[in-house]
Write a protein that binds this ligand. Structure first.
Ligand code: FAD
Ligand code: DHB
Length: 395
């Protein structure tokens, strides 16, 4: 068997790459160890940057996003009993973000690939990549029916997330890992209740951070800072709503509670593995970098990586390696900007266990600066809506 590009992982990175390659007439095979239903239901991110929306639209997969996505022109920052609006449109010359769940991005991309005759194999096992230093790398996997395949490729794309097999296939001596774990996690819920707010609320509170996001006009997504070793069983729904109500409390405003559809705990880390290329293996998305979720950057970085990778692979297959050679540095510039922004948002808004009074005072001073200085607010708005902006035009 043979394909031009073997893609490991049917998350947003792998699926969009497969589609962008198809638009260039390049065939690919996506292998995924989970089921299609699992990939389509996995609750994760929800905020698309300005450039991510344009990218999906220009790639011809933005039709439902345009119909159902909720465009947001800002966020609220809440601290010290006050709620301040940060107006992205005003601060960035009209840029916005769009709330459209990662589950929906994944559904749209899978549907489009299958409608176009694209190859996605779900529920594979024993995925392996080898011959990466050669011009004919091999993608090995076992199909759900037990058949073993070894597929000869021109290029392999490692889009297999943080726990995948592609990053470890790069010799450790050739990789630099820069990493930080945070002493907190997020407990996230999906709730069958209309959002209590018109814009996302990022709340700093002495008991810990809280975030009010949304999914649709009738479904809300909310998060609470908890300890990384927190037991989900000790958080019955009533306790979650009580804690959310305390952290978002504001005179004259009420948090609407409702049935919890799903809940989970996500640890938080910053992680960057460099470079993002080894021979004919290119890493994209969480396979190469993780940010804490506070800046809503993880999904957007995954999409931005493959927007750079698709044309680089196109040129490589025509014998021009220049874009492929520049791939890692091009992506890492954006990755490090997002890594800084996510770290900054995270450390400004979360309570560090055991921190002294100085930390809370400095956080509050920084929050007030962002809420009152146009320059500071513009920096937040520019980064949140996406910096640098993705180039317009055919992805
Ligand atoms: P993934 O979406 O992880 O996709 C990788 C795919 O590869 C998966 O489908 C996986 O099953 C598959 N795979 C792994 N190993 C193999 C293998 N050996 N063989 C075949 N397939 C394999 N970001 C935000 O901005 N906001 C959030 O609220 C947020 N919440 C998150 C919650 C969780 C629990 C996690 C893990 C991430 C969250 N993120 C969030 C980050 C964001 O969802 C990711 O950055 C995004 O999914 C990255 O896309 P990706 O395609 O690179 O990786
Ligand atoms: C969501 C997640 C984030 O990490 C964030 O910063 C904002 C929104 C969400 O899941 O909706």
């Amino acid at each position: 068997m043979r394909t031009q590009v073997g893609i490991v992982g049917a998350g947003p990175a792998g699926l969009l790459l497969s589609h962008l390659l198809a638009l260039r007439g390049i065939d690919s095979l996506v292998v995924e160890d989970r089921s299609r239903a699992y990939c389509e239901a996995r609750q994760r991110a929800g905020v698309l940057e300005h450039g991510s929306v344009r990218l999906l639209r220009e790639a011809g997969v933005g039709e439902r996003l345009d119909r159902q996505g909720l465009e947001h022109g800002g966020i609220y920052l809440q601290f010290d009993g006050e709620r301040h609006h940060i107006d992205f449109r005003d601060l960035t010359g009209g840029r916005t973000v769009t709330v459209y769940a990662q589950t929906e991005v994944v559904k749209d991309l899978i549907a489009r690939r299958l409608a176009d005759g694209g190859a996605i194999e779900f529920e594979v096992t024993d995925t392996a990549v080898f011959g990466l230093e050669t011009e004919r790398p091999v993608l090995g996997y076992t199909s759900a029916d037990g058949t073993r395949h070894e597929v000869e490729c021109d290029v392999i794309a490692g889009c297999d997330g943080f726990h995948g097999i592609c990053r470890p296939a790069i010799p450790a001596s050739l990789r630099t890992v820069t990493e930080r774990e945070y002493p907190y996690a997020w407990l996230g819920i999906l709730a069958d209740v209309p959002p209590s707010t018109d814009e996302l609320i990022y709340a700093h509170h002495a008991r810990g951070f809280a975030l009010h996001s949304l999914r649709t006009p009738t479904v809300s997504r909310l998060y609470l800072q908890v300890s990384p070793d927190e037991d989900l069983a000790s958080w019955p729904d009533e306790r979650i709503w009580e804690e959310l109500a305390i952290r978002f409390a504001l005179p004259g405003w009420e948090l609407k509670a409702g049935p919890v559809l799903e809940k989970g705990i996500t640890p938080m880390r910053s992680f960057v593995s460099e470079p993002m290329r080894y021979g004919r293996l290119f890493l994209a998305g969480d396979a190469s970098h993780i940010v804490p979720p506070t800046g809503a950057k993880g999904l957007n970085l995954a999409l931005a990586d493959v927007a750079v990778l698709a044309p680089a692979i196109g040129a490589l297959l025509r014998g021009d390696e220049r874009l492929a050679d520049a791939y890692s540095a091009t992506c890492l510039a954006r990755v490090w900007r997002a890594t800084h922004f996510s770290w900054w948002m995270t450390t400004m808004l979360h309570r560090t266990p055991g921190a002294d009074a100085m930390e809370a005072k400095l956080q509050l001073s920084q929050l007030r600066y962002v809420a009152t200085s146009r320059a500071a607010a513009t920096s937040l708005a520019e980064n949140y809506t996406g910096y640098p902006d993705l180039p317009a035009g055919r992805p």
